[in-house]
Write a protein that binds this ligand. Sequence first.
Ligand SMILES: Nc1nc2c(c(=O)[nH]1)N[C@H]1C(S)=C(S)[C@@H](COP(=O)(O)OP(=O)(O)OC[C@H]3O[C@@H](n4cnc5c(=O)[nH]c(N)nc54)[C@H](O)[C@@H]3O)O[C@H]1N2
Ligand SMILES: Nc1nc2c(c(=O)[nH]1)N[C@H]1C(S)=C(S)[C@@H](COP(=O)(O)OP(=O)(O)OC[C@H]3O[C@@H](n4cnc5c(=O)[nH]c(N)nc54)[C@H](O)[C@@H]3O)O[C@H]1N2
Ligand code: SF4
Ligand SMILES: [Mo]
Length: 882
Amino acid sequence: MSEQLEEDYTLERMPNKAIDENGVQWTYSRCFFCHMNCAIRVGQKDGKLVEIRPNEEQETVLCERMGEKGERAIKFHYHPKRINHVLKRVGKRGEDKWEEIPYDQALDEVAAKLQKLKDQYGPETLISSEGTYRSDHLWARTRFANLFGNPGNVVDPGTICWCYSYTVNMAMVGWPVEAIAPPSALQADTIVFWGLRADERYSPKSPIWRTVLATVNREGKKPKVIVIDPVSIEAVKYANSWLAIRPGTDLVMMLAWINYIITNKLYREDFIKNWSNGPFLVRKDNQLLVRGSDVLKNGKFEDFVAWDAKHSKVAVWCSDECRYYDSEEVDTPITGEFKITLANGSKVTCITAFDAITERMKEYTIEKASQITGVPANKIIDAVTIFATNGPGYIAWGVGGGDMHGYNATSSCIAKTLLRCFAGNIDVEGGEYIGDPGPVGETGEKHFAVRDSEFELSEVVTPETRAKFLGNDQFKTMSWKGFEKIDKHYLKMWNLPRPMLHQMLVTPPVAWKAILEGDPYPVKAMICWSSNPLCWAPNTKHVYEALKALELLIVVDYWKTPTAALADYIFPAADSLERPMATNFEDSIDFLVGGDRGIEPEGERRMDYDFFRGLGMRLGQEDKWPWKTYEDVVAYRVGRAGCSYQQFVEDSVLPPPGGMQNEKHKTKLPNGQTRGFATPSRKAEIFPSVLQELGYSPIPFYRELPETPLSNPELAKEYPLRLTVSGRWSPMYHSEHRVPGTGTRSMFPWPIVKIHMYDARALGIRDGEWVWIETPRGRIRQVAKLGHDIVEGVVQAQPSWWFPELPAEEPWSQGIFESNGNVLTDDSIESLDEGTGSWVTRGLLCKIYPCIDPMDRSEESISLDDFKAGNTFYHKEFAHLK
Ligand SMILES: Nc1nc2c(c(=O)[nH]1)N[C@H]1C(S)=C(S)[C@@H](COP(=O)(O)OP(=O)(O)OC[C@H]3O[C@@H](n4cnc5c(=O)[nH]c(N)nc54)[C@H](O)[C@@H]3O)O[C@H]1N2
Ligand SMILES: Nc1nc2c(c(=O)[nH]1)N[C@H]1C(S)=C(S)[C@@H](COP(=O)(O)OP(=O)(O)OC[C@H]3O[C@@H](n4cnc5c(=O)[nH]c(N)nc54)[C@H](O)[C@@H]3O)O[C@H]1N2
Ligand code: SF4
Ligand SMILES: [Mo]
């Protein structure tokens, strides 16, 4: 192509599938190598991929996973180790012996086996295992499973990653406000990176890091940046405040921030008073929110009660209409103690929800937070003052900030959203965005693109089936119990069912129990798609045991991963270049992004949608899958918004009909009511009634994690260092991009564990050497990287390592036990978050020691006499091997 023409092509928009002068056909597509889903243009000639370019209109920059001209993605696509046909196990499980069979035959066989297991054990005997958002096909899994009669059994890392906070935030503000960056991020005056490595998360070239750089370098008033991380990450360069925190202690810091903000009256009273449930009354005797039914004979449980200072009496809040019944003129204080009379004539003393929070926060002083987190008190005060006084701003979502903190997870999410509300950041420009898929007409008609939840058919799941969801009564927030409480309000606001997707999850140890012990019922079959649980789930040995005990394990993947190597059938998955796309990121945003299929699939690779549809068509669901191809699905979705398939893929974005507005809670709905939020009270629930109804504390509280020097000093004697199995880096994406041959593995060939120089010196560890990292669950080895850029006493090991170059058969299992950080993590029920089942990956205890005994180094000397005298030559950690 001539230089001039090349320039024109990047400036002008070409029609989709235009052919250039070299005969290369260019398709508007989207990358799915990570959550950024950058818009790309895929070039093919004679049916083969030749080049991938950024879509300049969307300001894409191709990252390390893609390669400058897409060469890495193209090698990934044609890699000889890719699974192109179904592999059926012929040897013993784990022996790595297979035969290739046709895709349709495999679907027939699997459908028959599923039907047999269903007949024998019931439809609940099936579970699916999934990974992070890897495609826009999640709803197809739910649709299939719901129609199969399954209660929604899914294991997925969403329990510790975003989805649990999606759920908790829905209960608080009716929307998954936890986001990497809001749409108006450039306008933020304060950015908090709370356990988020924004440069390596996705890539230094990804839109998120470029947005950060554009914000900190913007003209005029510069934003302030706060980093809360045990490691001095890249963002620290731009930070006004870096809180070098001990892993797993973040919640106490959050609570101290809240206490400080309240004590120093740094909160936005207008928001708390008028838009939150802060003024609602809570009984002092039982800490329950007072309900309409408590104070009025015919009052409703759904209604709440505040004190009206203007008329010195209670005011009942009509949740259904988002107003007080009596008058618009009420004055409801956010603080105070009131004696009220209940409908049964008894009198009770109440305080406001805001005061209830205030009371409970008092114990979380800056000094206490400093002692537990290891961050000096003055630094904590500086940071919270910036956060509370330099708004608008946002707390960017990072998994270090509580997602992976076991039984502190739910409280961490509540605490962060409290901070957002107190700072007045909810749905303001430069603050935290609340989405709105589109207006619903008075008769319920919708003119926005079809949402994932509309495909899922949650309504077909009967109450009896719902009760069988694994952990339904134990981890209620992400079960049907929590689902239903939020579903009601979602339906009311948007005439849409609430998404199931990854909002209902079974915590892994509960699933393994059902598989291994048949408790509460036998789980015999697993569909594992876009998931490598041997890498992502805690306590790898436990996962291995469970996978091996399954009667039927189906894996749908690109590669023969360690998990796939244990399967009965491995189905080849079509990669993102081979599929069209329309996504709203699990119904979490109010616009749709997408693109066309870049190229026809190789071999018998099929889309995940086709896999689930194929099973559904064989299992009596024929009339429920009217969309033969995924193109049909995309056309149907955008068609409702009056957009054609071609238009959509060329634009690659379909915005919500109302545009992206802020402060929508203040606007009116078509029925004339004030909109508020999609919560039970239509208020921002800083005191979440949903959690209280489920039996959990609506007020966050801190517990020292099970493995810390404070909570378990005995264990800390043997395992003295604090372990965080964390830290994203590009081009690796979880367990992906390690297969040699595409150019990504050679960028970071070996797993790295980061430790402080002083700790290393004391332990005889040298930079670049293999070391053992050990916890009570087991040990792995990684290569030591020493530095001063990590809190002393902290060890940061990389998760999800496997070695695709090693044999897949046992005992090699592609090195799954050798360096995988999840061999070290804990999945004991006592360590899990009681509402969601979140486990700990940050804040464990470990020890670390060299793989080759330091005594064996050339500069060390050991005499023969030492051996003869029976002295231990071995490093003390190996003494037991003598
Ligand atoms: N200790 C510790 N554990 C962690 C974490 C941590 O920080 N520390 N992080 C956690 C988090 S946040 C997450 S999200 C999980 C990640 O967990 P996962 O998302 O499950 O990641 P992987 O283990 O890489 O497994 C993904 C698999 O999906 C395949 N795949 C990719 N795209 C597709 C597709 O479109 N279709 C199909 N069928 N297959 C596809 C890939 O080849 C790969 O084998 O790990 C969690 N585990
Ligand atoms: N390149 C790449 N990008 C990815 C992924 C990937 O695998 N590779 N995975 C994607 C997925 S699914 C997710 S969920 C995101 C996650 O992305 P991030 O949330 O950025 O996750 P990490 O980089 O694991 O951890 C973030 C930061 O938390 C710090 N940290 C560790 N423990 C603690 C702690 O206890 N407290 C605090 N405050 N900080 C701590 C780490 O040092 C690190 O700098 O990344 C996404 N993007
Ligand atoms: S950041 Fe890289 S891997 Fe992620 S979508 Fe963009 S180009 Fe693809
Ligand atoms: Mo994740």
